[in-house]
Write a protein that binds this ligand. Structure first.
Ligand SMILES: C[S@@+](CC[C@H](N)C(=O)[O-])C[C@H]1O[C@@H](n2cnc3c(N)ncnc32)[C@H](O)[C@@H]1O
Length: 276
């Protein structure tokens, strides 16, 4: 009985400790070598904003072409039920970027799901994922959404991204996304809330934290979407502003590979490192 209780506690602790500030502080020192490596490599942006934009435009354009082709070729009802569409989107990503990523059971025993390179090879300095979710400016309320929510990501300027695909976070995202339509154009993508995101990059919230055994192979980089971003491609952006009236640009966070990442490798980030 005591053994079972202890085991249950140990399991809970292993998944909770990444949010327990004293544990984080202790491990920042323990992980100093890993952290320094990541910091050294990411003091400057790994990718310039123009490169981030170029990559996103390239993938989104191909995804749009694929969707338009499907709509032309298949009647609407068949299209919606077509089980191969997610595979086709992965194929679009593989053809465009040279690799695919997906959510799978983590290689870490107590870490739940993680994100893996599942096809091809991601070269160093490539966008391998995006962090989806609702964007809260530093002064906007997130109290209820943040309760028992390990998916809240904090940018350097205090902007928060709630990447939880469940409960109240999911409702808030859907509602903000529905609100922000512009005529026929959807300005954001809701499908990351399901297991088949139309944008295969939108899985970054499932990337696990590095450790002494598993060094970080990706880092977070902030990216503000410029006003000129094509309207018809915004439907693939997995982020939406919580408040519509803010003049600030839409914040996105992309995960960039720190080295070549081979097929079958899990992505690990450092939760405490981000570059502007
Ligand atoms: C942002 S979520 C990542 C996705 C999570 N693995 C899942 O399946 O929902 C962060 C949570 O993942 C778990 N986690 C992340 N890195 C971990 C690690 N290195 N070891 C154990 N658990 C980890 C912790 O429970 C943490 O609160």
């Amino acid at each position: 009985m005591i053994k079972a209780l202890f085991k249950a506690f140990a399991l809970r602790w292993k998944s909770y400790r990444h949010r327990f500030v004293p544990w984080i502080a202790l491990n920042l020192q323990k992980n100093e070598r890993t952290l320094r490596q990541v910091k050294d490599r990411s003091q400057d942006k790994l990718l310039q904003d123009e490169e981030v934009l170029g990559s996103l435009l390239c993938l989104f354009t191909q995804l749009l072409k694929h969707d338009l082709k499907n709509q032309r070729e298949l009647p609407q009802s068949t299209h919606n039920l077509d089980a191969n569409v997610p595979d086709e989107r992965s194929a679009v990503m593989l053809n465009t970027l040279g690799f695919g990523v997906a959510r799978r059971r983590s290689s870490l025993q107590f870490a739940g799901n993680g994100v893996f390179v599942t096809q091809g090879r991601a070269p160093k300095g490539t966008i391998v994922a995006m962090y989806p979710g609702t964007i809260y400016q530093a002064d906007e309320p997130i109290f209820f959404q943040s309760i028992r929510n390990p998916f809240v990501f904090r940018c350097i300027d205090g902007v928060l991204i709630d990447g939880n695909d469940r409960a109240i976070s999911k409702t808030v995202y859907r509602s903000c996304s529905g609100r922000d339509r512009l005529g026929p154009f959807l300005l954001s993508d809701c499908s990351w809330l399901t297991s088949d995101p139309v944008n295969p990059l939108a899985v970054g919230q499932y990337v696990n934290n590095c450790s002494n055994e598993k060094a970080a192979n990706v880092c977070y980089q902030e990216y503000d979407v410029p006003d000129g971003f094509p309207l018809e491609l915004r439907q693939f952006l997995p982020n939406v502003k919580y408040r519509a009236d803010t003049q600030r640009p839409l914040r996105c966070v992309v995960l960039v590979s720190l080295r070549d990442i081979n097929c079958g490798e899990e992505l690990f980030s450092n939760y405490y490192t981000i570059v502007h």
